[in-house]
Design a protein around this ligand. Structure first.
Ligand SMILES: *Cc1c(COP(=O)(O)O)cnc(C)c1O
Ligand SMILES: [Zn+2]
Length: 397
């Protein structure tokens, strides 16, 4: 990579509500659709057509997610807040028992700044916020999103206010404080944190960087979809397994596929998308199998996979739509299985992964056993982060 290489300009044209079609200026700060009947997440739209951004041009671009800057929302490079996020490796899993008959790949997000793929989303969200004049931001989070927000805000000179459940493992809280964020511990779950963060944010004028209520975290996370295509030589896997919390990554990857098709980079084939949830927080899984278009609020208590403890994702409708359109499915994994998975992967593959990622390995084995995944199929497990921050809840043996 040439560090002097200037990323090219953004092709962003506007923000759009996918539900009512209302459009919004990307030169203004927005959260969700202002139509009270809809209040949907807003999606960034770009001026895309074959030829406007050539995949051959990627070779000269930075080895970070900013190699895709024409399809990212930042218009002035001086506002780009980057800590080197993205362009993470795809590794073949080779030694685990149960890999026979399939090629299984691991996209490993653990090397990202702050140890998870949350850095991708916060990099675009905080860059755009800075470009639009934000001085202070707030977020409710049970883990990685808060740390990532705090780090990018530190770099941007924006004051971060994070609201986290008391029972969040200590390391997730400590990193926020070290990055200079103002931490509020809440006696309750993520929903209680959201309520308090909204109230305090509104009172104090802090910009809310909430999952899928802020339009640009999705844009950072979608770069995972671009990378999967580029790193797999433009032939997408047959199946992608994703650990669903708020669903940003799942929706982002799907959005990237559509954008790449419009750019002429890939065809119309799509992987089957699988949502993996914790057993204690399985609203999407239930809704999918009961053929509902929205999920119920489900929170049956603690899980070691704090990234999956999102009782009713704000964008649940869109998550369910992607699972159906892609002919995917939804499955749950319990904490004991996640812990076993972490240990298997560490011992056989040399990777200390987060419980959310370990859940994917267990889900793969179950779907294989049910023949939902067939011999010969190419499978990608979207490992969202490192395991190092989670160890206080893991029995070491
Ligand atoms: C936040 C998080 C998730 C869930 O991500 P969404 O995009 O909100 O679905 C999964 N794994 C880890 C490690 C996380 O931090
Ligand atoms: Zn709308």
């Amino acid at each position: 990579m040439n560090i002097l290489h200037q990323p090219s300009t953004s092709l962003i044209s506007h923000l759009e509500c996918p539900k009512c079609g209302r459009t919004y200026l990307h030169q203004e700060l927005h959260t969700v659709c202002e139509n009270t009947n809809c209040q949907s997440s807003l999606f960034a739209r770009y001026n895309l057509s074959p030829g406007v951004f050539k995949k051959e041009s990627l070779r000269a671009n930075p080895n970070s997610m900013w190699r895709y800057s024409p399809v990212l929302p930042i218009e002035k490079v001086e506002y780009m807040i980057s800590l080197g996020e993205g362009f993470t490796p795809i590794l073949p899993l080779q030694n685990l028992d149960g890999l026979e008959e399939n090629r299984v790949y691991w996209k490993d997000e653990s090397g990202n700044p702050t140890g998870s793929f949350k850095s991708r989303g916060q990099s675009t969200a905080i860059s755009k916020a800075l470009e639009l004049g934000v001085k202070a931001a707030c977020i409710p989070s049970a883990g990685n999103a808060a740390g990532a927000l705090a780090a990018y805000c530190a770099k941007a000179g924006i004051k971060a206010h994070v609201f986290m459940p008391k029972e969040t493992p200590q390391l997730f809280k400590d990193e926020c404080v070290l990055y200079g964020a103002n931490l509020t511990e809440v006696d309750g779950n993520i929903k209680d944190c959201s309520k308090l963060a909204s109230e305090e944010g509104e009172k104090n004028g802090w910009f809310p960087v909430f999952t899928l209520k802020e339009p640009y975290r999705l844009e950072g996370k979608k770069t995972m979809g671009y990378e999967i295509a580029e790193q797999m030589d433009w032939i997408l896997p047959d199946v992608i397994l994703y650990p669903t919390g708020g669903g940003t990554g799942l929706l982002g990857i799907w959005k990237a596929f559509d954008e790449m098709e419009t750019l002429g980079w890939i065809g119309s084939e799509r992987p089957r998308m699988v949502s993996v949830q914790a057993t204690s927080c399985d609203g999407i899984t239930q809704a999918f199998h009961q053929h509902q278009t929205e999920s119920e609020y489900v929170d049956k208590g603690f899980t070691i996979a704090n990234g999956l403890r999102v009782p009713k994702p704000y964008a649940d409708e869109y998550i369910l739509k992607v699972l159906r359109e892609s002919q995917g499915t939804a499955i749950t994994i319990n904490d004991a299985e996640m812990e076993t998975g972490m240990k298997e992967i560490a011992k056989k593959e040399g990777l200390l992964v987060c419980p959310e990622g370990a859940a994917l390995w267990q889900a793969f084995k179950k779907l294989k056993e049910k023949s939902w995944i067939k011999p010969g199929e190419k499978v990608l497990l979207m490992n969202t982060g490192s395991g190092y921050k989670y160890l206080e809840n893991i029995e070491i043996n």
